[in-house]
Design a binder for this molecule. Structure first.
Ligand SMILES: Cc1cc2nc3c(=O)[nH]c(=O)nc-3n(C[C@H](O)[C@H](O)[C@H](O)COP(=O)(O)OP(=O)(O)OC[C@H]3O[C@@H](n4cnc5c(N)ncnc54)[C@H](O)[C@@H]3O)c2cc1C
Length: 405
């Protein structure tokens, strides 16, 4: 009997299904996806998988994703991994800060290499030599193809018995006497279940709030640009973090993909988020993010001279669930037996997917969790209105505060 329903076939629902299947529960798991796998936030991601975080538990969750990728690849799944490492670049005069960063990484068990300016330039020749002091290189970081990673989790899960239903939309989570009973679909039919995992991404609050569990998160715009092709950017170069200007960059088929974190991020009310994100714009005044680009362009040009004259070939934007405290939302509803949530990734759901999948599988199986998870509890903020303008603003502010990664 399929008594575990996962709502959402994005990278998190897929990773949860995969982790459950690896515990021998595949025949009991049904994934419901109203569109196609990865059609939500997942396919829009820059898909960096990076270890460095402030919270050691989150480092472990990211490390678990690297392990998951290795297992999937062993099973001949292609996830589009580019094992290029990441380079945290320090501005001129920032030598001590780089030393401190290298020491912090080491204390978190992250392998790093503190390098000087010449070695930085040997890896990322597009950087302006005079602007930089040196860097900290993290060889284990990589980026992937997010659609491939999501579908690889799902394919590997389906080989272990998980069933995926597409074109099926959950309307409500059913419960009685403090226990989950199943899911109601938009066609009015019901699927009975003992366990429901809400992995509906930016739409997750629509289902959870309705079931009495408002989630402390809101969809906030994440975005990046891809330049026209340029010979200045080496193929196979590392991910580059420029924390001084709140930017990251990586090669993308002969061009540079880069994101600049804006000072005033924009949140959306999930009730207004369409199922098809194709034509959705967060900010009607600035649909293509030119304002954010203009805000950071001069800073970026200090590190990448000539970027101002390069055309922008693509602008990609989409929703990421940000939480006011910057923590994930992973865990059980204390008031409703059988309801779990996998969300609230603060722009890093690809990075944490493997770790979140494992955490949820351990919780469903009532095993001890491999990292402390109380900080990620869905009900940690008590009752509040997840759709109020004040709450949306608090989530947007969390993106403005986010550190590199
Ligand atoms: C521009 C951008 C860049 C990013 N870059 C990175 C990065 O470099 N690294 C990183 O780690 N993360 C990155 N992220 C974040 C990452 O994409 C997300 O954290 C992650 O994809 C979230 O996955 P998800 O499964 O929770 O959500 P989604 O991918 O949105 O999946 C949710 C799924 O649920 C389905 N669904 C919703 N409601 C229902 C329902 N009622 N019934 C059935 N199905 C339903 C949807 O159709 C959707 O497919 C980025 C995000 C954006 C937008």
């Amino acid at each position: 009997m399929r008594d575990i329903v996962v709502i959402g076939g994005g990278v998190l629902g897929a990773a949860v299904a995969w982790a459950l299947s690896r515990r021998g529960l595949g025949e009991r798991v049904l994934v419901l996806e109203r569109s196609q796998p990865a059609s939500g936030a997942t396919s829009r991601a820059a898909a960096l998988v990076t270890l460095l975080r402030d919270d050691p538990a989150m480092v472990e969750l990211a490390r678990e994703t690297l392990r998951a990728i290795a297992v999937l690849e062993d099973e001949a799944e292609e996830v589009g991994r580019r094992q290029v490492g990441s380079l945290h670049v320090g501005a001129a005069g920032q030598g001590e800060a780089l030393d401190a960063l290298a020491a912090r990484c080491s204390s978190l068990g992250i392998e790093v290499c503190r390098i000087g300016r010449d070695q930085v330039l040997a890896r990322a020749g597009w950087l302006e030599p005079d602007a930089i002091e040196g860097g900290v290189f993290v060889p284990d970081d990589c980026y992937v193809e997010p659609y491939l990673l999501c579908t690889a989790y799902l394919r590997a899960a389906s080989r272990r018995g998980v069933r995926l239903m597409t074109g099926v939309e959950a309307r409500a989570i059913h419960h009685a006497d403090g226990k989950v009973e199943g899911v109601e679909l938009t066609d009015g039919s019901r699927i009975a279940a003992r366990v429901v995992v809400n992995a509906a991404g930016p739409w997750a609050n629509l289902l959870s709030a309705d079931a009495g569990l408002p989630l402390p998160m809101a969809p906030v715009r994440s975005h990046y640009w891809i330049t026209e092709p340029t010979s200045a950017v080496e193929r196979g170069g590392p991910i580059v973090f420029l924390s001084e200007i709140r930017a990251y960059a990586r090669p993308e088929v002969g061009a540079l993909l880069f994101g600049i974190r804006e000072q005033r991020p924009v949140a959306a009310d999930p009730r207004g988020l369409p199922a098809d994100l194709g034509g959705f714009v967060f900010d009607a005044r600035d649909p293509e993010g030119w304002e954010s680009l203009a805000e950071g362009a001069a800073d970026l040009a200090r590190y990448f001279p000539g970027v101002e004259t390069l055309g922008m070939a693509h602008y990609i934007s989409g929703p990421s669930n940000y939480t006011p405290d910057g923590k994930l939302i992973v865990g059980a509803d204390p008031a409703l037996d059988g309801l779990y949530v996998a969300s609230g990734c603060n722009g890093s759901g690809i990075t944490f997917s493997g770790g979140i999948g494992r955490l949820i599988a351990e919780m469903v199986c009532q095993e001890p969790t491999f990292v402390p998870a109380t900080a990620f509890a869905p009900a940690r903020l008590g009752m509040f209105d997840p759709f109020s303008p004040q709450f949306l603003a608090a989530c947007a502010a969390a993106r403005a505060r986010k550190s590199a990664g």
